[in-house]
Design a binder for this molecule. Sequence first.
Ligand SMILES: [Zn+2]
Length: 350
Amino acid sequence: MDTTECRTFADRLAELLRDEQHAMADFLVALAEFDQRRGWIALGHASLFAFLTQRLGLSKAAAYFRVKAAELIQRHPAVIEPLRDGRLCLTTVASLVRVITTDNQAELLPRFFHRSKQEAKAIAAELLPAASPPRRTVITAVPASTPRTAAAAAETMSQPVFLDEPESTLSAVWQSVSIPVEATPVLWVEPLTASERRVHLTVSPAFLEKLEEARLALSHSLPGATVEDVLSAGLDLLLDRDRKRKGLVANPRPAPVEAPAEPGASYVPAAVRREVWQRDQGRCQWKLDSGGICGSRLRVEIDHVNLKCRGARPVAAELRVLCRAHNDLAAREALGDAVMDRYTRKGRRT
Ligand SMILES: [Zn+2]
C-alpha cells in the first residue's frame, strides 16, 4: 500500500469506529429505558444482567459493564454524549458510577475521558479513600517453569471472574434484601497453567488467625496441609451442611409412609426436598418469555407452585426451586403488592 492508500484506509477505520461508538451509545440508551421500565421482569428474567446474558447471549463481563452503563445513564444523562463520541469508554463506567454525583458531575466527568479501566479505577479510589485499599495475598506460588509474559499477567489480572451473577447487578425486585452497591466481582483469578489458578484475596487479620487455627486443628488428620487443603476441607463441611438442608444426603432414609403433616407450617419432608432439588438441579425454574428457565443458583429456595397448597402435606409436584427475586415475584403475583409490601423494607418505608 502506498501512503495515499494507507490514509484512505485509516479514514475508513476512523469512520467504522465512529459507527461502532454511535451504535453502542444507542444500545445503552435503549437499554437504560428498558431497565427503567423493568422490561426484563415481564420477560421472566431475575435482573437486567440475567436478561443480557440469557436473552442477548452476552458474556458475564460484557453484561456487567452494560448494566453499569444503563444505571449511569438513568442517573446522569450527561454521560450519553461522551459515550457516543468515544470520549468515555464502556469499561470505565463501573468506576464512574461509584463516585459521580449531581454536584460533582460537571467537574468529574472530564477526568474520566479517554481513560483506561485501570486509570478510571485509580481516580475512583482517590475519591473514595474510605474504601479498603487493594492488597495482595499470594496463595499459590508461580512455578518457575511456567512460560508467562508480564503483559499476559497484566491482562489476566484485570479480569474479574463472576462465579455466578454478581450480587451488585441484582436489581431490587426484592426490596427487603440489602443489595451491596459496591461493584465487586466475586474473586480475582489469574490463570497460570491449564490446571493452576492464582486467587487474589484481601483478608482481615482475624481471617488469618482463623486460618492458622484451622490448620492446627487439621494437623492430625491432614499433616502438612496447604492453605488450599485447609480451605477446601472447610468448604466441604459447608457444602455438606447445605446438601443436608436440601435433603441431598449420601444415604437417604426412605420417606416415611405416613409423614407427619404439620398444618399451617411450610414443613417439607427431607425426602421431598431431596426429590425437588435433584429434579430441578438446584436451579431457579422460573419460565422465561424466550423459552427455557431462569436457571440462577443464587439464593435459591424451595417454593410452593400454588401458595394455597401451603399447609397441606407437600409433594414434589407442587414444589419447585426458585431464586429469591423470582420467589418474591411469585409471591407478589399470588398475594398482591399490598400484602407483600407489609413484609418488605420498601413497603415499610412508604
Ligand atoms: Zn430466578
